[in-house]
Unconditional design. Sequence first.
Lengths: 240, 240
Amino acid sequence: MSMGKVDRVRAKAAKRARRRPLSKQAMVDVALRIVDTEGTEAVSMRRVAAEFDTGPASLYAHVRDKDELLRLVLDRVIDEMEVPTADAWQDVVRGFAHNVRSAYQRHADVARLSFAHIPTGEKVLAGSERLLRAMIEAGVPDRVAAWALDILSLYVGADAFEGWIMQQRFSHDARGRPVAEVDADFVASVQHDMGAMPADRYPYLARALPVMTSGTSDERFSFGVDMLIAGFAAQIPEQP
Amino acid sequence: MSMGKVDRVRAKAAKRARRRPLSKQAMVDVALRIVDTEGTEAVSMRRVAAEFDTGPASLYAHVRDKDELLRLVLDRVIDEMEVPTADAWQDVVRGFAHNVRSAYQRHADVARLSFAHIPTGEKVLAGSERLLRAMIEAGVPDRVAAWALDILSLYVGADAFEGWIMQQRFSHDARGRPVAEVDADFVASVQHDMGAMPADRYPYLARALPVMTSGTSDERFSFGVDMLIAGFAAQIPEQP
DNA sequence: TAGTTGACACGAACGGTGTTCGTGCGTAGA
DNA sequence: TCTACGCACGAACACCGTTCGTGTCAACTA
């Protein structure tokens, strides 16, 4: 049953010819598919390599690090964003935030990778340019516009990441149960964690807790963006 | 040279008597010290166990998970915050944000653990209560106040985490070199990453890039908080 | 006091992880 | 035809989180 040396070499060559070749692109494809189905934590060099019928060492010819691979994944995801096209600067800001968030949301917890990473894809550059132009032309000071871009990116990434974690927790608990029930359970469990949170010592908190989870996550996100927009708007100096 | 059984048992007993006993508290102490000196990624069950002269299995009698241990670490850190005492609601919000951030900043990248975790420490409950009361008494609607707490917590955590990463990157590059030079290098490297970022295609972005890194990280953070405060303020309905 | 129970301790092992080293193959240029 | 050189990759290193089964010891019961 054992193969001779020639056979082994031939089988190896055939295998290599059959599968698609390694490349940065192809590796990102594979990694992103893993992210989509199982999240960023499930990506491992061995796992990616296995999809190419090889060992992990092969990947290091194309990529310095696991970190670099994940950064490439994030870059690809973020370049899925649509460039906002609205007229009013407020709508441009809203569109930017919404579109970046949508891109993240399509890919599990990929937003986890967004912290302290300055993206450089075509789309996100165009989107940022659009946002800055809209704000500055509306009279927002340069500094405010630049910082606004920074803050928005941070907020969007954080929201998308937190949203994914929450969704995971929910879908784990909720097996076809009614939403209201799951929601009530959540509030109850938080109250329990807070040590029954004596309502006489923390009356406002007790009152706020059910409100905090009211509304959809989309509504809460939009609310946050609108709060920031209102802040930016207040920075426009009066016209003489 | 080899020990008899009796000797081995005696040595073991002596060792056990000498070191301090395992407990949730003590484990959090050790884990937090590791976090402070080397960051959250450096915490491992083996490492913590080694500080008690034992193997990793011993820890599982006190803690369900590595996750639980890290959550306990975060809870301890967050309970270092000072409860804001200002009068004006805006200053309460500012104080809350600043104090939580300070607690995070004292402990490396501990803010990484803050996402989707609802803290339950005494101090943070008191701080939240104070914040909610200040806002609601100022006429902010319940829903806005509750969501404001949510958004602030998210923003503070994200800022502290990002700040730590940036600081790491800086202190790695900057070995006693003048700050301005390091800063210029940073801008240059970002520009390089952006594919030289043609200034004719992205004029606003090119202009905004140096501005984005202007000011201290504290200033940028305060700016963000003030933007949110302005947004919240705009939600106070007019008095009849 | 003798026996039992239960909480804590922990060595060993399982099945993973990222990364490096040394070697080999195959192709492009001299 | 010979020589480099980029890519491939098996093997190994030094870790990781977690579980299992056993061991030990203190406190409670009879």
